[in-house]
Design a protein. Structure first.
Ligand code: ADP
Ligand code: MG
Length: 725
C-alpha cells in the first residue's frame, strides 16, 4: 500500500491511544441495562392495570389487543419516548434481504388551530404502511399491488435508537403483503415457534407436564473482524463486497495462533466497551467478548433469550457494531470470509426448547424419568437433523458462506450431529435394547427408566461439528457471520416440529393402546435411533475420511449455494412448511427465489469489482513497474553492461501483466451472461464460469502484489490490514 494511507492509519492509531488515556472508557453498569427499552417495568409503571394485563396476555398467549387498549399502549409509549427526547418512531422490520429496514415518521401532527403536537395512536402503533415496493418479495407482490404492511410484534419490546443526535422510538414489526403473505423473516419465525410449541406440548402431556406453551431459546455467538478504517476505505472490494477480492498471503498468518484468547488491543477494547454499553441500554444481554483464532478477529456473545427476541437483538448487535466501529477509526467486517487463507467468521446459533415453567427440555434431568423425556426430545432433534438435513443446509447457504464451509476451518457442507461420547454411548445402548432387561432394585424396570443418570453438562466439545450437542442445547455452528439467524432458526423449528409430531403420534398411539409411557418410549426410541443414527458423527469433521464416510452413509454433501438451495423447495420441505402453517408454497418459493437472486447478485458485484480493480488499480501499477524495470535494463545496456536478473524480472512482470489483462477480459466476458428466464442456469453459470474466472484473475493479481514495489502497490495488504492495529 502506498505509504500515505499507511502513515494516516498509523497516526490514527497513535492519536487514539493518546486521546484515550485522557478519557475514561464508558462504564457498563447493570442499572443501565434496558433503560432505553419499553420493557415490562416501564409498562407496569405507565399503563393502566387492565391495559397492562391485556398487553401481557397478547405477549404471552398471542391474544389480539383490542383497539382501545392499543391506543392506551401507544399513548404511554409515546410519552415515555418523548420524555427521552424522541421525535420520531419507526416500524423496524426484516425484509428478505437479510438486513433490517426502517422508515421514520415524526410524532408531530397539526391541530385544527395549526399547532404542532406529538401524537401517536394505537393504529399507528399496530400497523404501518412503508412504501415497500422495492424490497425483494420473490414475486409475491407485483408492482401494482406493491403495498406491504408492517404489524407490531408485541412479543419483542420497542426501544430508543440514539443515532446522529436524533432519538427514535423503534417498534419491532412483522412485514406482510396485503394478502397476508409473509414478506419478511420475523413472520415465519413466529409461526414456526408457535408450531413447535404445539407439537412439544403434545409430547410433554404424555409425561404428565402441565406446561401450556414452549418457546425456542437462542443465543448466538458472533465472530467478526476489526481493521483500521483507513485501510478499509482504501479498498473498493471491502467497501462494496465486504471481502478482499485480491490479496497475497502475509508472511505471518494465523499459524502462530498467538491471537486466540490473547490480550485485546486497546482501541478494540474501547470499541467493544462502547458496543456493549449501547447494547446494554437497549436490552441486549451481551455477555462475552474475546479474541478469535485469526488475527484481528473477535467474538461477541449474549445470554440466550426467546428466539424471536434473540433474532431481533442479533440484528441490533450487528448494526450497533457496524455503526460504532467508525467512531474508533475502525471498520467492522461481518463477511463470512473477508480474507482468503485466514479463518472466516461464523455465527454459532445455540438453540434449545424451554417450557413456560422454565424447564429446558434439552437439559438432561436429575432423575431417570426426566431423562426419559429428555431422551425423547433429544432423539427428536437427531431425527430432525437427519431427515431435514437438506433444509438445514439450505438455510445457511449464501455466496459468502460458500467460502467458509468445508474450508478446513469451518464445519463442512455436510450436516451431521455431534452428541459426545457419553450420550452416543447411551444412544447405542438404547438402540441395542440393552437397557431393557437390566435389573434395578430387585424389580425389572422397563426400558429407558434404568438409564444411567446423565450429568448436567456433558463436558466434551467438538469444534468441527456443524451441529453439536453442548450439554443442554444444540449449537448450529455452520451459520454464517453475516446472515440473519431467522432462517436457520425457522429451518430448525420446522424440522423439529415435524419430528416431535412424529414422536407424539407414535407415543400417543402406544399409550392409547394401553401401554405405559415407559414401554412406549422403550419401543419407539431404538427404532428411531436405528433409522437416524447415520447423522451422528463425533470425529473430526474437517477430515477427508469423514467426507468419504459421509458419502457411504448417504448423507448429503452440498458444497455450494447453487447445489444447496433446491433443498428449500423440495416437495417434502414445502409440504412440511405448509402442514405446520409456517409458510405456504408461494412464500417458500419466494424465499428460494430471493436467495438464489442474492447469490447471483453477490457474485456479479464481486466479479465486476475485480475487473475494475484489475484494470484501474493493479494494471496501472504493473505497467509503472514494468516501465521502471525496462528503463533500468535499458540503462544498464546503454552503459555497456547486461542486467541478467533485471531482464528476468522484466520478463516475469511482462508475462504477469499480460496475463492479468487477459484474465480480467475473460472475467468481463463471463459476466456478460444473461439469465434468459432461468435463474438456476444463470446461477450455475456464475458458479462455474464466473467464480473460476475470478479465481484465475486473483491468482495473477496476487502474484503481481508480491513483485510490485511497496510504494507503487495501490491496495492495503493483508500484512497491514491484519496486523497494524
Ligand atoms: P461456548 O459455546 O463457547 O462454550 P456457552 O456454553 O457459554 O459458550 O454458550 C454459548 C451461547 O449459548 C451463549 O450465548 C449462551 O447464552 C447460549 N445458551 C446457553 N444455554 C442456552 C439455551 N438453553 N438455549 C439457547 N442458548 C443457550
Ligand atoms: Mg460456542
Amino acid at each position: 500500500m502506498g505509504s500515505a494511507v499507511l502513515i494516516e492509519a498509523i497516526h490514527a492509531i497513535r492519536d487514539f491511544s493518546v486521546a484515550k488515556e485522557k478519557e475514561a472508557v464508558p462504564v457498563r453498569t447493570s442499572d443501565a441495562f434496558g433503560n432505553l427499552v419499553f420493557n415490562d417495568e416501564v409498562q407496569q409503571a405507565r399503563l393502566p392495570k387492565p391495559v397492562y394485563h391485556a398487553l401481557r396476555r397478547t405477549m404471552t398467549h398471542g391474544e389480539p389487543l383490542d383497539p382501545s387498549a392499543a391506543d392506551a399502549v401507544a399513548k404511554a409509549m409515546k410519552e415515555w419516548a418523548v420524555e427521552h427526547g424522541a421525535t420520531h418512531y419507526t416500524h423496524w422490520f426484516q425484509p428478505l434481504t437479510g438486513i433490517t429496514a426502517e422508515k421514520h415518521d415524526s410524532f408531530l401532527q397539526l391541530t385544527n388551530e395549526g399547532k404542532a403536537v406529538a401524537e401517536f395512536s394505537g393504529k399507528e402503533l399496530i400497523k404501518g404502511e412503508p412504501d415497500a415496493s422495492s424490497f425483494p418479495s420473490g414475486g409475491m407482490r407485483s408492482t401494482f399491488e406493491a403495498r406491504g404492511y408492517t404489524a407490531w410484534d408485541p412479543t419483542s419490546p420497542p426501544w430508543l435508537l440514539y443515532s446522529g443526535g436524533a432519538v427514535t422510538l423503534v417498534i419491532p414489526t412483522a412485514f406482510v403483503s396485503w394478502t397476508g403473505e409473509a414478506l419478511d423473516k420475523k413472520t415465519p419465525l413466529l409461526r414456526s415457534m408457535e408450531a413447535l410449541s404445539k407439537q412439544a406440548i403434545r409430547v410433554l402431556r404424555l409425561f404428565g407436564s402441565t406446561a401450556e406453551r414452549v418457546v425456542t431459546t437462542c443465543g448466538s455467538e458472533q465472530e467478526y473482524f476489526l481493521i483500521d478504517g483507513y485501510f478499509y476505505l482504501s479498498r473498493p472490494d471491502l467497501i462494496n463486497a465486504g471481502r478482499t477480492l485480491f490479496g497475497a498471503r502475509p508472511p505471518k498468518g494465523q499459524e502462530l495462533e498467538d491471537q486466540y484468547f490473547g490480550a485485546i488491543p486497546e482501541r478494540v477494547m474501547a470499541f467493544m466497551s462502547e458496543v456493549e454499553s449501547e447494547l446494554y441500554k437497549v436490552g441486549v444481554p451481551v455477555k462475552t467478548r474475546h479474541n478469535e483464532v485469526a488475527p484481528s478477529q473477535y467474538e461477541i456473545a449474549p445470554i440466550f433469550e426467546n428466539a424471536n427476541v434473540s433474532t431481533d437483538h442479533q440484528m441490533m448487535t450487528m448494526e450497533t457494531m457496524r455503526r460504532t466501529a467508525p467512531k474508533y477509526g475502525l471498520a467492522c467486517l461481518l463477511h463470512e470470509k473477508p480474507f482468503a487463507g485466514v479463518n472466516g467468521s461464523g455465527k454459532h446459533v445455540n438453540w434449545s426448547i424451554s417450557d413456560d415453567e422454565g424447564h429446558n427440555l434439552l437439559s438432561p434431568g436429575a432423575n431417570p424419568h426426566d431423562n426419559m423425556q429428555f431422551l425423547v426430545f433429544c432423539t427428536a432433534v437427531v431425527r430432525a437433523v437427519n431427515k431435514w438435513q437438506g433444509l438445514l443446509r439450505a438455510s445457511i447457504a449464501s455466496a459468502g458462506n460458500d467460502h467458509r464451509l468445508g474450508a478446513n476451518e469451518a464445519p463442512p457442507a455436510i450436516i451431521s450431529v455431534f452428541l459426545g461420547d457419553m450420550l452416543t454411548d447411551i444412544f447405542e445402548q438404547i438402540e441395542k435394547g440393552l437397557a431393557k432387561s437390566t435389573k434395578h432394585g430387585g424389580e425389572l424396570d422397563t426400558g429407558v427408566m434404568v438409564l444411567p443418570k446423565l450429568p448436567r453438562d456433558a463436558g466434551d466439545r467438538n469444534r468441527t461439528s456443524p451441529f453439536a450437542f453442548t450439554g443442554n442445547k444444540f449449537e448450529f455452528r455452520a451459520v454464517s457471520a453475516n446472515q440473519s439467524i431467522a432462517m436457520p432458526n425457522i429451518a430448525l423449528n420446522v424440522a423439529v416440529t415435524e419430528s416431535l409430531d412424529f414422536m407424539a403420534t407414535e407415543l400417543e398411539k402406544a399409550t392409547k393402546a394401553g401401554k405405559s409411557i415407559e414401554k412406549a418410549v422403550a419401543e419407539l426410541l431404538p427404532k428411531v435411533i436405528k433409522e437416524n443414527k447415520r447423522i451422528i458423527f463425533n470425529g473430526n469433521n474437517y477430515s477427508m475420511e469423514w467426507e468419504k464416510e459421509a458419502a457411504r452413509r448417504g448423507l448429503l454433501n452440498l458444497r455450494n449455494t447453487v447445489d444447496a438451495l433446491p433443498q428449500l423447495v423440495a416437495k417434502d420441505v414445502i409440504a412440511a412448511f405448509e402442514k405446520y402453517k409456517i409458510l405456504n408454497e408461494r412464500e417458500v418459493r419466494a424465499r428460494y427465489d430471493v436467495m438464489l437472486e442474492q447469490y447471483i447478485k453477490t457474485v456479479n458485484v464481486e466479479g465486476q469489482l475485480m475487473v475494475l480493480m484489475a484494470n484501474r488499480y493493479i494494471l496501472p501499477a504493473a505497467f509503472a513497474y514494468q516501465k521502471q524495470v525496462a528503463e533500468s535494463v535499458a540503462a544498464v545496456k546503454s552503459a555497456g553492461g547486461r542486467s541478467i536478473e533485471g531482464k528476468k524480472v522484466l520478463d516475469r512482470i511482462t508475462k504477469l501483466t499480460d496475463t492479468l489483462k487477459q484474465r480480467s477480459d475473460k472475467l468481463a466476458r463471463a459476466l456478460e451472461h444473461e439469465s434468459n428466464g432461468s435463474a438456476e442456469k444463470h446461477a450455475k453459470h456464475f458458479r462455474d464460469g464466473v467464480i473460476t474466472a475470478m479465481a484465475a484473475l486473483r491468482e495473477t493479481g496476487d502474484d503481481l502484489e508480491l513483485m510490485i514495489p511497496h510504494e507503487t502497490w495501490p491496495l492495503a495488504t493483508y500484512r497491514e490490514m491484519l496486523f497494524i492495529k
